[in-house]
Design a protein around this ligand. Structure first.
Ligand SMILES: NC(=O)c1ccc[n+]([C@@H]2O[C@H](COP(=O)([O-])OP(=O)(O)OC[C@H]3O[C@@H](n4cnc5c(N)ncnc54)[C@H](OP(=O)(O)O)[C@@H]3O)[C@@H](O)[C@H]2O)c1
Length: 430
């Protein structure tokens, strides 16, 4: 059966680019609408070229040019809008022009308006100046429903890049290593989602009848946690307790008139989530569906895996080494770094990668003679690599039991250290 043709609007944006990537990966014929303004932005142009090389169709058009919208819509079945709706750029109401064009064409099987945040119909009580983001998205929902356009609203909750990466420190996108601000007691549940997962759940919903005319809530169960729980994960990774400044609701809202307007909007939104607990609700049927009920097989990125990307992996070697510095058990000993889950064959590692990319690789098996035969065809630095790989992968020189009393195993000494697994490492590239 032919897959639905998907048009992505806002394709070069923060979420849009991930939707394009995922749409292509899942094999949807993918169309990107790009505005003429993009021509003055070298990075966006490069991104579009990249999409084209990967198989996307590029369509020039804009909300200002009705004919261009009609022409694009006639070529596709599904429309996903990821136009800007943040504190700095806001094009949400521009989508009214898109809705008019979708109605006129009359062949669009599903429209995903630009949402990807909190459930806006639950945010009528939101405070200013953050309330308008929810209000404008509600206007779009009502217009879609009035025109009887088939839809899916994606309530994607909180982007890891904005929330998890900084432990929710305002205007920061890296986690702190000394001090952290905690909102209230840090005990309200938030939902911390990786942006690629948001794109994947959205794309899985594209042709899923269970999400038609529904709100899809992206709620990976392991990522529903409080700010304090996320901070604890980070503290465990870096092996250090952060100094915490607990802000009361009054102190937090009191910062509002000391910051510029875009930041005020952020202050208001964080108030909703971390003081009021506006993400703490049960999904109500029949119009709400939970991503985890529909797609339990999807292996989402956990908060811990996300933070581990920042606390990087060579750090495991560094961490074991530093833990050994003042450990008498390692004095005059060889410390072998042997995380048990990472002891595996090349074929096992290849299988993990194949599972991640959903594709079997063509394999060329080399004999020992063929491998060593390459030696005199490569320069000396590479010869050294050839020799080392021979030791490990042909002779199996890493296959031995540690012998006491002079050898000690990192996992016997520091079993509590949560090392980066091969799968977690490869996921960064998948
Ligand atoms: N849950 C969260 O934590 C979270 C975080 C961020 C965003 N979001 C939501 O996700 C959605 C997408 O946001 P984003 O941050 O990915 O957006 P973005 O990167 O700021 O912008 C996305 C695209 O919007 C298009 N755009 C901007 N101004 C426009 C205009 N005046 N007319 C038409 N198109 C315009 C541009 O497309 P081209 O230049 O390619 O034409 C741009 O690439 C929004 O609804 C936003 O509220 C949620």
């Amino acid at each position: 059966m032919m897959k639905d043709r998907v048009l992505i609007i806002g394709a070069t944006g923060y979420l849009g680019r991930r939707l394009v990537k995922t749409s292509l990966a899942l094999g949807f014929p993918t169309y990107c609408l790009y505005r003429p303004e993009v021509a003055s932005d070298a990075e966006k142009v490069q991104m579009l070229i990249e999409f084209k090389l990967q198989g996307a169709h590029l369509l020039k058009g804009s909300f200002e040019d009705h004919e261009s919208l009609l022409s694009a819509l006639k070529q596709v079945d599904v429309v996903i809008s990821a136009v800007a709706g943040n504190h700095f750029r806001h094009a949400i109401l521009e989508q009214l022009k898109l809705i008019k064009a979708i109605k006129e064409v009359g062949t669009i099987k599903r429209f995903f308006p630009s949402e990807f945040g909190m459930d806006v119909d639950r945010m009528e009580h939101a405070i200013d100046p953050g309330a308008y983001v929810f209000a404008d998205k509600r206007v779009i929902r009502r217009a879609v429903e009035k025109e009887n356009i088939p839809y899916t609203y994606v309530s994607a909750n909180c982007c890891a890049g904005y929330f998890t990466a900084s432990l929710v420190q305002v205007c920061n996108f890296m986690p702190p290593t000394d001090n952290v601000v905690i909102y209230g007691k840090g005990d309200k549940k938030c939902i911390w989602n990786d942006e690629d997962d948001m794109a994947m759940y959205t794309m899985m919903a594209v042709d899923d009848p269970r999400t038609l005319n529904k709100t899809l809530y992206i709620r990976p169960p392991g990522n529903i946690m409080t700010q304090m729980e996320v901070v604890k994960i980070w503290e465990k990774l870096i092996g250090k307790e952060l100094k915490k400044t607990f802000l009361s609701q009054e102190e937090w809202l009191g910062t509002m008139d000391k910051v510029p307007r875009p930041v005020q909007i952020g202050v208001a939104h964080l108030y909703q989530i971390f003081f009021r607990g506006d993400l703490e609700f049960e999904i109500e049927g029949p119009h709400g569906v939970d991503s985890n009920d529909l797609y339990p097989e999807h292996k989402y990125v956990t908060v811990e895996e996300y933070l581990k990307r920042i606390w990087n992996d060579e750090d495991d070697m560094a961490m074991y080494t530093m833990m050994a510095v003042d450990d008498p058990r390692t004095l005059n000993k060889t410390l072998y770094i042997h995380p048990p889950g990472n002891i595996m064959t090349q074929m096992e590692v290849v299988k993990i990668w194949e599972k991640l990319i959903g594709k079997e690789l063509k394999k060329i098996f080399l004999s020992q003679e063929e491998w060593l035969g390459t030696m005199d065809k490569v320069p000396r630095p590479v010869q050294i690599g050839v020799a080392h790989l021979y030791q490990i992968f042909f002779r199996g020189d890493l296959e031995f039991d540690i012998e006491g009393p002079h050898g000690v195993d990192s996992n016997d000494l520091y079993p509590e250290h949560k090392y980066v697994t091969v799968e977690e490492y490869l996921k960064r590239f998948a």
